[in-house]
Write a protein that binds this ligand. Structure first.
Ligand code: TPP
Length: 268
């Protein structure tokens, strides 16, 4: 904490009122024709591709959970799977705008965000960087598995790596991104900016503030996003995070590389 901060009682004890500006709601009124001007066909194809990957991934997971098989391949893995089918655009839209320096934290329902941020990172990283990440992660254990019978370029290998590492983690296998210890609700892969998700409703609401504080005081580039459900707005950690982020020490006494008072976004 800073050693001193001047508070002028003349100013802070002056009678007054707190007023709020109107908060806009449901303001998005764009047409597809208008939006097309902001994106190339390649961008649109990539966005659609990433959404399709997430949809198929979760459809597969749902079939495994409910029917015990996917496309004729039986697999037994009982237990919950918190899906986000129908919300692929939110995850991909977010990830499309984030750089490799930006971090995401999530909830019990974050498979889509993990894949979206991972796919976006794969798009942004060079082949050499991707190979280095895959080679060094657990000594290349996941890479050895996914490169078997793989034909294609490094980016398609990295997508295989992302899908395998995430799914293996969800199935609690040792070859998962977190050695199967995190499972569906606590999967993460930090080299792509995917930080731990959290089964505690609202849990990422304050952990992400800590990560943003780290970035701010160390002048690190990038922002931090917390993806949390609407019910988490009723949970303590979220309010603690919001209060903490709004403290004068952070907004007045520390610089930020992003220019924002605090490099943090909460997405409810
Ligand atoms: C602190 C805490 N309380 C209760 C639960 C049980 N729980 C798991 S998911 C959930 C609902 C969360 O709703 P929301 O955040 O809106 O996300 P949604 O599941 O609707 O996407 C609850 C109450 C929990 N995991 N953590």
């Amino acid at each position: 904490m800073p050693k001193s901060q001047f508070i002028d009682p003349e100013e802070s004890r002056k009678p007054g009122q707190i007023t709020f500006k109107p908060i806009p709601v449901n303001q998005y009124q764009q047409t597809l024709q208008n939006e097309r001007k902001h994106y190339s066909d390649d961008d649109f194809m990539r966005i659609y591709h990433d959404m399709q990957i997430i949809r198929e991934f979760e459809t597969m997971l749902n079939l495994i959970k409910t029917k015990g098989e996917y496309q004729g391949i039986p697999y037994h893995h009982p237990g919950p799977a918190h899906l986000s089918i129908g919300q692929e655009a939110s995850a991909v839209g977010m990830a499309y705008l984030l750089t490799i320096d930006d971090l995401i934290f999530g909830s019990h329902r974050s498979h889509g965000e993990i894949l979206a941020k991972g796919l976006s990172a794969i798009h942004q990283l060079t082949d050499n960087e991707l190979m280095q990440i895959m080679e060094s992660f657990f000594g290349g254990r996941i890479l050895r598995i996914v490169e078997k019978n793989h034909q294609g370029d490094v980016k398609s290998l990295a997508i295989r790596f992302l899908l395998y590492g995430t799914l293996s983690e969800i199935f609690a296998r040792e070859t998962g991104f977190n050695q199967g210890l995190g499972g569906s609700m606590h999967a993460f892969f930090t080299p792509f900016g995917v930080y731990p998700n959290n089964a505690i409703v609202g849990g990422s609401g304050d952990i992400s503030v800590g990560a943003a504080l780290y970035k701010k005081v160390n002048l690190k580039p990038g922002i931090v996003v917390a993806n949390i459900g609407d019910a988490s707005a009723a949970c303590g950690p979220v309010w603690e995070g919001i209060s903490f982020a709004a403290m004068d020490q952070f907004t007045k006494l520390w610089m930020s590389l992003t220019g924002a008072d605090y490099p943090l976004f909460l997405i409810l």
